[in-house]
Design a protein around this ligand. Structure first.
Ligand SMILES: [Zn+2]
Ligand SMILES: [Zn+2]
Length: 248
């Protein structure tokens, strides 16, 4: 009998999870992103995309490619990856491999590409089947990848007006690992809300807590014409916090 091949999709998700857990909250992580190539004009699949979280700013973009093979990375992989980086406007790239790399690959990587080794046995303790199912009815077996944990404070004033009490409300924000749909989970009431970014008649979503803020997704464009889907927490008039993004 043939040995079952490793689940490369799981390997990609493990890398996304590890990066998201270690990264500064100024950045957001998108697994399985689809980005318009500036040069090719085609949609390019990116295993893990890292962008600025809070602003429509794609100038600090980093991409990660999981090498789905049991042989070492060689120079041709590095060259193809550098082409992808250029096409999607990434300033830095990580190639992750379970099997190492050749000397020529290391030389071709130069300063723009970092090569990392992540052994396949790290998959043993990794189980994304516990992640929530995507709420999109047409999405096939997508799971929600949480990559941000925004806290919103509600300030309560006493009747005398002298005392303030601050109550923190914690949320998870993230996106589906297949269709990219944004999701928000409120830890106070447990509601799981999904938010499409491309509906013009969408005026926002609130959880059961019914507090004075709501969530809204939209599509934004930077000055170079680079588009992204963005998830916002609307806290009041003129007070909008961008809590997650996904390059398009
Ligand atoms: Zn989905
Ligand atoms: Zn709630």
């Amino acid at each position: 009998m043939k040995k079952p091949s490793p689940s490369w999709e799981l390997y990609e998700r493990l890398i996304a999870r590890m990066i998201s857990d270690q990264l500064s909250t100024d950045y957001c992580v998108t697994p399985n992103a689809r980005i318009s190539g500036r040069i090719s004009g085609r949609k390019r699949q990116v295993d893990v995309l890292i962008d600025a979280r809070h602003n429509t700013d794609n100038t600090r973009r980093i991409i990660v490619d999981a090498k789905k093979r049991l042989r070492r990375i060689d120079v041709t992989h590095v060259e193809a990856f550098r082409g992808l980086m250029e096409d999607v406007g990434a300033t830095h790239g990580y190639l992750v491999s379970p099997a190492g790399y050749t000397k020529a690959a290391e030389r071709r990587a130069q300063d723009e590409v970092s090569i990392r080794i992540l052994p396949l046995d790290r998959l043993d303790e990794f189980d994304p089947s516990t992640w929530p199912k995507c709420a999109n009815a047409t999405c096939h077996s997508g799971r929600v990848f949480w990559d941000g944990y925004p806290e919103i404070e509600l300030t309560l004033q006493s009747f005398s007006g002298n005392e303030h009490r601050r109550i923190p409300f914690v949320h998870y924000v993230g996106k589906c690992d297949r269709c990219g749909l944004f999701h928000v989970k409120c830890l106070s009431c447990g509601d799981l809300i999904s938010l499409p970014e491309d509906k013009d008649d969408d005026y926002g979503h609130r959880c059961r807590c019914n507090l004075p803020w709501f969530w809204l997704a939209s599509i934004e464009e930077d000055e170079n014409g680079c588009r992204s889907a963005e998830l916002h927490a609307v806290l009041g008039i003129g007070s909008i916090m961008t809590v997650d993004r996904r390059g398009l």
